[in-house]
Design a protein. Sequence first.
Length: 251
Amino acid sequence: MAAAVAVDSLSKRFDTGIAVDGASFEVGENEFVSLVGPSGCGKSTLLRMVSGLVVPTAGKVLVRGNEVRGPVAGLGMVFQAPVLLPWRTTIANVLFTAEMRGESPSRHRPRALELIKLAGLEGFEKSYPHELSGGMQQRAAICRALLLNPSLLLMDEPFGALDIITRERMGFELQKIWSATRNTVLFVTHSITEAVLLSDTIIVMSARPGRIKAVFKVDLKRPRDPKTLSNARFVELAAAVRDNIEAQGVE
Ligand SMILES: Nc1ncnc2c1ncn2[C@@H]1O[C@H](COP(=O)(O)OP(=O)(O)O)[C@@H](O)[C@H]1O
Ligand SMILES: [Mg+2]
């Protein structure tokens, strides 16, 4: 069976220089894979090439065996800023995905309510974004991305704008949602803790130009909880990833 995502010798050169240099890796079906690396190493560019929003200079991306040549259909995306529509309630924001695809929102309402509950936003269905905390807004954005059960979920530092305590809690929330949906996820972060906590596989990128430097399999049982953070294997893996990044002489 073809991998969910196969990145093959992928490179991107901008006028400013090479952002991604010959990256190759695979994401298995239902796998949670994190891309970790210092700021500016090309993580977002790589993710955008997977989504079809940025055209590679060389190499290719296959999504389930098909070469990406334009925006990939059926993709869920979550960005650092939650980008909710301020004049829409939580439920209306979550249902926006259906409307964008020309589908009837009422048909997707039960699923939207289920996701809202799963994300711990029950009771806030009719709230507007300004009535929600940053973490709640981001959870609503995750529900919106998951509404149509995307076969591939791309997340670009989704918790980057949150304070450290909220961020950690969001990690556990995301794991809970993901355990129930098991979408294939490619997750970009520069938090090593977050990557180890959430992932099946961690791909470490080198500082610019971004190359794949190391791949770690995270063999920690799920569900992972706050106690996992002090588990010896967790500490060992996080140290191994950190050593790998520090060996680059950055961060
Ligand atoms: N559209 C663009 N035009 C020119 N340079 C870009 C563009 N997008 C990204 N870059 C450059 O490519 C490099 C990688 O950027 P990015 O993929 O955003 O890194 P990361 O997400 O890891 O922080 C950076 O040096 C950035 O300045
Ligand atoms: Mg980025």
